[in-house]
Design a protein around this ligand. Sequence first.
Ligand code: AMP
Ligand code: MG
Length: 335
Amino acid sequence: MQHKFYPKIVLLPVVLAALLATACQRTGTSDHSSGSVSRTGFFFDTVVSLTVNGTDDDSVLDECFTLMENYEAMLSRTRENSDVWKINHSSGKPVTVSDETASLLSLAMKYSELSDGAFDITIAPYVELWDFKENPGTVPSEADLAEAGSHVGISSLRLDGNTVTLDDPEAAVDLGAIAKGYIADRVKEFLTSQGVESALINLGGNVLTIGNRSSSSPWNIGIRDPLGDSDDIITSIRISGKSVVTSGTYERYFEKDGVRYHHILDPKTGLPVQNGLESVTILSNSSAEGDALSTSCFVLGLEKGMELVESLDGTEALFITDEQELCCSDGFPKE
Ligand code: AMP
Ligand code: MG
């Protein structure tokens, strides 16, 4: 069942799930306030920020940033010698990858199946045709999309332990729809192992929390208005220890002749999905699963996406339409 609701004004301090990409350095800028350390940086083509409460020692942040750097070196499609780069340059030959890459590929394949192919990490040949950094960008020709599409399809990807084979030498994988969530989970795991009891991990809109913001209040996470400015919040949710991940048209796009061409692509056509949705937010325990699911649900659309969410335990969703309607699953926390 889906519910529509209209947001109320929020009085608690709100953390906006999507950060502004301004003046950030790769190594990060740090901030100290008493009993809390935070840092902002740039990884995975996006702004990341970490806040850890209950300490003044920011060496824990150094370790988190090193961890993220290592994962980027492992999982990036464009970084030479990453596991993904090796898979994509294997010319159809088997490649040995790390345990972590193998387990992430396995999770991605599970979501391909769960979403009936809406989620497909072999989307890379299409992704390479779109340039969202230019504005206005170039819309790929039908012929180029058809040629790229002939190499898209999860059935060409085989995983056997740590051995990965792409049967089609022209096929390629892109973990952009799941890697940030996976890395957020690993950062949380590390911080928890260090005894951290309160933290906020924000990897470009993939928000993962540890504990509460303070002894008296949970974390209050703002959900961006997908059609508003970058700091416009349409609603917010209070959570502790959970993940909130959003897939939205505003994250990467260009506009041409009045059309917003965004980065969430239909694996059948290679075109940006146009189904009346502007964003999908998933509330879950695992950020990797939330990340895979937010993209899956966006591609599936409101009806089928909601059906998928309602079939999964411990997972809730908020869909926002191009009419700025908010539709949420049964257990989604309303303000
Ligand atoms: P997200 O912001 O998590 O929804 O991920 C979007 C990113 O995942 C895009 O920038 C592409 O790199 C990739 N992507 C686009 N469409 C799909 C899809 N249908 N399935 C899997 N990955 C996709
Ligand atoms: Mg995703």
